[in-house]
Ligand binder design. Structure first.
Ligand code: IYR
Length: 228
């Protein structure tokens, strides 16, 4: 390593048994998470959203530029505007506008079993929409011109930490990605060097919420890992 300013770093040392137990406990908590498409309008404390965004803001990222912005939408008018714009895009995607679907047949077949269509009521029902932006430029000072690095990777990790924290707080989430989603930049008043990455819909599941059975099938460890 080259000389640089440093601070000491250590972690509480766990026994191997404790380490394994904690990893398994975390795995089991995360296994309870489901992508939920049915939300109640019950409010959730703003403090939960604030803490989850602070957690996301600790994510590893390119050159510590922290190239993300989280626009939290709670206003009914804004949520409605986002819903209407998103549903417009989705109608074109699914071909519900009368034209050929923008999605390929293969893509639509891949979605079968999830039950999705152009209707996105949750964008209005859920108490919070967190619109996540990646900052292509800006650096730590958000000056709008310094180059950022590994923006997609950094924002993806931050979203994972955001979702994990919201799940730990007992809330349901949905990662929603209308395509194209350029309209979100204007809806949230964000600058042109930021690109919308996803909407994280947050709230309590509705009393009659369901999840698609198809999504319960998870690949086993033997399939997703190799040991070299
Ligand atoms: N954005 C669309 C389609 C969609 C695409 C994928 I890949 C999904 O995993 C789920 C949905 C929609 O939200 O309906």
């Amino acid at each position: 390593m080259k000389p640089h300013d440093t601070l000491p770093y250590s972690l509480p040392r766990l026994s191997d048994e404790e380490s394994v137990a904690r990893a398994r406990a975390m795995r089991d908590r995360l296994r309870e998470r489901r992508t939920c498409r049915y939300f109640s309008d019950e409010p959730v404390p703003r403090e939960v959203i604030e803490a989850a965004i602070e957690a996301a803001g600790t994510a590893p990222n390119g050159a510590n530029h922290q190239p993300w912005h989280f626009a939290v939408v709670a206003s009914p008018d804004k949520k409605r505007a986002i819903r209407l714009a998103a549903e417009g895009e989705e109608r074109r995607f699914y071909g519900e506008d009368g034209d050929d679907p923008k999605a390929s047949e293969e893509w639509l077949a891949a979605l079968s079993g999830l039950g999705t269509d152009a209707d996105k009521p949750f964008l209005e029902t859920a108490p919070f929409l967190i619109v996540v932006f990646g900052q292509r430029k800006g650096g730590l000072e958000e000056d709008g011109f310094t180059q950022n690095y590994y923006v997609n990777e950094s924002v993806g990790i931050a979203c994972g930490m955001l979702i994990a924290t919201l799940h730990e707080a007992g809330l349901a989430t949905l990662t929603h990605t209308p395509s194209p989603m350029g309209f979100l930049r204007e809806a949230c008043g964000r600058p042109e060097w930021e690109k919308p990455v996803m909407i994280v819909v947050v709230g309590h599941p509705s009393a009659d919420a369901t999840v698609p059975a198809k999504a319960l099938r998870k690949k086993p460890l033997s399939q997703i890992a190799s040991w070299l």
